[in-house]
Write a protein that binds this ligand. Structure first.
Ligand code: HPA
Ligand code: ZN
Length: 353
């Protein structure tokens, strides 16, 4: 069924072309690492621009280095690749390229992670990173009509002192950053290592989120710490929570959102975790679908929706629920949230949903 032939009443959802429905549905992306949107062709271009000699000379050669099967082996490819990002223009071009793709994928609002320590740690000033990213957001809003915010992530395998210093460095740019998160290698780096950093970030008015990666040693304890000790507003990944009915109840009661990334899951654990995501969805937990590091995992947000829908035999109502959850848990103003939800409802009404 096409949009034109849909009627507002009595629609048989089984006739809806799901790929077309997924492509067009207004989306909100809440889990994407800007540095994970570095496509091989842009990597080569930035290296040439900055006089950096890479071993790889072609897109195929860059892609040939993408051999990962765990979070740690992914990160071992991800961090060195970022060294081609040097000037504010580089950061601007990276984020603008992502926002252009996202807009063409139907994304209306996005909250994007960035890893300042991966740049300041190699001598690129914080101001360079954030001014480039900010320029992309302003340009994309003006040219593409997409809204975007930045979430500053701390690298959990580095010290809490470095994270605190980075938090302090961010304060002059407080208005350009909506929240803070925690990423990188989770093993032996639980949320509570950063308790003081999160507490200070909260006092400064930042929203809080935290990666609880899939199938980690101590996943459940780390989810518990994030929810109970840190008091996060949402959790990135975190589907291991299905193992604890009590934590699921707690997350539901507090309306905590989960930013799931099915295709990424299938790379770092060889399982999309579709069963866990759908179990939580059916239990009215606010799970969402996102792309994580799309340049590395080969799927942007629409591809993630399609992959999950295919694996779990989801229908249009499930896809609509996942899209709605994201607008509901996004850190939007009430007015912006209402406007995006109205846009979503208008789209769904065209399908009789
Ligand atoms: N988990 C942890 N660190 C990361 C990720 C992730 O999914 N993506 C980029 N850095
Ligand atoms: Zn992530």
């Amino acid at each position: 069924m096409t949009i034109d032939s849909a009627t507002a009443t009595g629609t048989d959802v089984s006739t809806i072309d799901l790929d077309e429905f997924i492509a067009g549905i207004p989306k909100c992306e809440l889990h994407v690492h800007l540095e994970g949107t570095l496509e091989p062709d842009l990597k080569l271009e930035l290296a040439a621009r900055n006089g950096i000699v890479l071993k790889e000379k072609t897109v195929a050669e860059v892609e040939a280095t993408y051999g990962f099967d765990s979070l740690a082996s992914f990160l071992a490819v991800y961090y060195p690749a970022m060294h081609v990002l040097v000037t504010a223009d580089d950061f601007r071009d990276l984020a603008f390229a992502y926002l252009t793709k996202a807009a063409s994928d139907g994304v209306r609002h996005v909250e994007m992670f960035f890893d300042p320590q991966a740049h300041t740690g190699r001598g690129v000033p914080f101001a360079t990173v954030i001014s480039g990213y900010r320029r992309a957001i302003v340009d994309a809003h003006a040219q593409l009509g997409i809204s975007a915010e930045l979430i500053m992530c701390f690298l959990r395998d580095l010290s809490a002192e470095f994270a605190m210093a980075t938090l302090m460095e961010s304060l002059p740019y407080r208005d350009w950053i909506i929240g803070v998160g925690l990423d990188s290698d989770e093993r032996d780096n639980p949320p509570n290592k950063f308790a003081a950093v999160f507490a200070r970030a909260r006092r400064e008015g930042y929203q809080l989120t935290c990666h609880c990666d899939i199938d980690q040693v101590g996943s459940i304890e780390n989810i518990r710490q994030a929810l109970e000790d840190i008091g996060v507003d949402r959790i990135d990944h975190g589907t291991n929570i299905v193992e604890s009915p009590q934590l699921v109840q707690d997350a539901k009661r507090r309306g905590i959102g989960f930013t799931c990334c099915p295709v990424s899951n299938s790379f770092v654990t060889s399982d999309m975790k579709a069963t866990e995501i759908v179990t939580l969805l059916r239990d009215d937990v606010k799970v969402t679908v996102n792309s994580d590091d799309p340049a590395y995992f080969g799927a942007y947000i629409a591809g993630n929706f399609a992959a999950l829908a295919g694996r779990a035999s989801l229908g249009p109502e499930d896809v609509a629920r996942l899209a709605r959850n994201a607008f509901e848990i996004a850190w939007l103003t009430p007015r912006a949230r209402a406007a995006y939800l109205e846009e979503l409802d208008t789209y769904l009404a065209r399908y009789g949903l």
